[in-house]
Design a protein around this ligand. Structure first.
Ligand code: F6P
Length: 545
């Protein structure tokens, strides 16, 4: 009988990390810093224009050695190569995972199923650029002859979060004379609010859906078509001038009534949450222009090259991934806070939620065995400094350990008086306060009333990373996203899960399809759900009358 492969928790490095954690669990960051004046320098890394200071994690040299040993025992390097070589690492869907090809230079060769995919990628990019040039110059006319002034991206999940995040992040570079809107939710309010002040004659819809079957997107796309036709005298020919599609499914695009000439393709080896740099980024290209879009792709590519070639101990995404494993699996952190000190990154935490949790929120290993360890923590966050005046209380003094990723930039995009120095002082102060806290003696020495002392103590010893870049440019955004993509990959490779499928979203979709007619039927339906669902359906039917 074939021996079962060792589970992760049986690996030597995992066991060593577990006993090492017991030895260091009481060691405070205060001591680690006072023992080693070189600590900050030792535990930082600058690469591709991103500077990571990870010294405020609860780690020692030994921790890092063991985490790197774990990466080697889990064959991380080979797994990275497998991805870049187009191996079918998305095993449950039997697909290659090649988002790295979307930003590869034209001369690169990346193979999937015996075919170099890079020429196709660049052909689509050129088609997007030609289209963008026509729209941006006003040459592309709506049905009544007016130029396009409003662009509405209709999509959900990866077909929305990347575009909306990138649009917000790169607004500084965007065309201010054009209006960009994003419709994702099947709640009709989303469509209503996005379009209520727009003139259909000047509006272009980009229907973004990898599958072109997603309920929310198809419902919104139909509503968009009705809205357009109502405003254009019900002339069906208007649809071709006001709708383009981004999809892998030409058949469904044509069936919807969009001319496939106006379809921008991508491929099944691009996961939805890894697609913002594919044609799914068409709205981004329209907003920031083709040159900035190319600069963003180049930023992604620089991080790809670093991830593939840098040794594990000098590899930014690998280090971030391993630190996340340490915090999650060994220190018991259940969540991670993403805290950008850059208002333009306000949608970045939401974007990362899909990237991280849809990728690694898995309960079985690649071969279908129940995992012997926790997998993806919960990601959440808000821009600083706003969060400081709400949930940071819990991060500083609550009972849970919340590792934080602070993201900051040396230069403001719109410098204004003292704002940026104040912003930066805050991010540095938060990381310092979390790490070092304030002891009871320090609190007493300030003359605090004895009964208040416990309330004013900060335990500290709370881990954080600080990621610092020069300025938020398209290239830096590409690097940041690729950094997190590859950190997610690293964690998935250690946990041995399929980071590229998403079966967990299916059950709810199927059940919703069953419930829709039960809510809409004029006849009282015969319900066969559990008593709670049955009751709620009956009450809803009564209440909506
Ligand atoms: O339901 C999850 C999901 O499949 C995501 O993975 C994807 O990004 C999103 O839905 C949208 O899918 P599509 O682009 O096919 O409409």
């Amino acid at each position: 009988m074939k021996a079962q492969p060792k589970s992760l928790t049986q690996k030597a490095a995992w066991k060593l990390l577990a006993s090492h954690q017991k030895q260091v669990q009481k060691v405070h960051l205060r001591k680690l810093f006072s023992d080693d004046p070189n600590r900050a320098r030792k535990f930082s890394l600058k690469t591709a224009g991103l500077f990571l200071d990870y010294s405020k994690n609860r780690i020692t040299d030994k921790t890092m050695d063991l985490l790197l040993q774990l990466a080697r025992e889990c064959d991380l390097k080979r797994k990275i190569e497998d991805m870049f070589n187009g191996e079918k690492i998305n095993v449950t869907e039997n697909r290659s995972v090649l988002h790295v090809a979307l930003r590869a230079p034209e001369k690169a060769k990346i193979w999937a199923d015996g075919k170099n995919v890079v020429p196709d990628v660049h052909a689509v990019l050129k088609k997007m650029e030609q289209f963008a040039a026509m729209v941006l110059s006003g040459q592309w006319k709506g049905y009544s002859g007016k130029s396009i002034r409003n662009i509405v991206n209709v999509g959900i999940g990866g077909s929305d979060l990347g575009p909306v995040m990138a649009y917000e992040a790169l607004r500084h570079y965007s065309r201010r004379d054009l209006v960009f809107r994003f419709v994702s939710n099947v709640d009709g309010i989303d469509f209503h609010e996005a379009t209520q002040d727009l003139d259909p004659a000047e509006t272009l819809f980009i229907i973004s859906s990898k599958t072109f079957t997603t309920l929310e997107t198809m419902t919104n796309a139909q509503t968009a078509r009705e809205w357009l036709l109502a405003g254009m005298g019900n002339k069906m020919e208007a649809v071709a001038r006001h709708f383009v599609a981004v999809s892998t499914n030409a058949e469904k695009v044509a069936a919807f009534g969009i001319d496939t000439k106006n379809m921008f393709g991508f491929w099944d080896w691009v996961g939805g949450r890894y697609s913002m740099d594919s044609a799914i980024g068409l709205s981004t290209m329209l907003a920031i222009g083709p040159d900035h879009f190319r600069a963003m792709l180049d930023g992604f590519h620089q991080m790809d090259v670093h991830f593939r070639t840098a040794p594990l101990d000098r590899n930014l995404p690998v280090l971030m991934g391993l630190l996340s494993i340490w915090n999650n699996n060994f220190l018991g952190a259940e969540t991670v806070a993403i805290l950008p000190y850059e208002q333009y990154l306000k949608r970045f935490p939401a974007y990362l939620q899909q990237l991280t949790m849809e990728s690694n929120g898995k309960h079985v290993t690649l071969d279908g065995r129940t995992v012997s360890h926790d997998t993806c923590p919960v990601f959440w966050g808000e821009p600083g400094t706003n969060g400081q005046h709400s949930f940071y209380q819990l991060i500083h003094q609550g009972t849970r350990l919340i590792p934080c990723d602070f993201i900051a930039f040396a230069k403001a995009l719109a410098p204004m008086g003292r704002h940026h120095d104040i912003l930066m002082a805050n991010v540095l102060a938060q990381a310092e306060a979390l790490a070092f806290g304030k002891t009871a003696d320090e609190v007493k020495a300030e003359g605090t009333a004895p009964e208040l002392v416990p309330h004013r103590v900060f335990e500290g010893n709370r881990p954080s990373n600080i990621l610092l870049a020069d300025q938020l440019t398209p290239s830096v955004l590409g690097k940041l996203v690729a950094l997190y993509e590859h950190s997610v990959f690293t964690q998935g490779a250690i946990w041995n899960v399929d980071s590229f499928d998403q079966w967990g979203v299916e059950l709810g979709k199927v059940l919703a399809q069953r419930i829709i007619p039960e809510l809409e039927n004029s006849q009282e339906p015969r319900l066969k759900h559990d008593s709670s669902t049955n009751q709620l359906i009956r009450i809803y039917r009564k209440m909506k009358k």
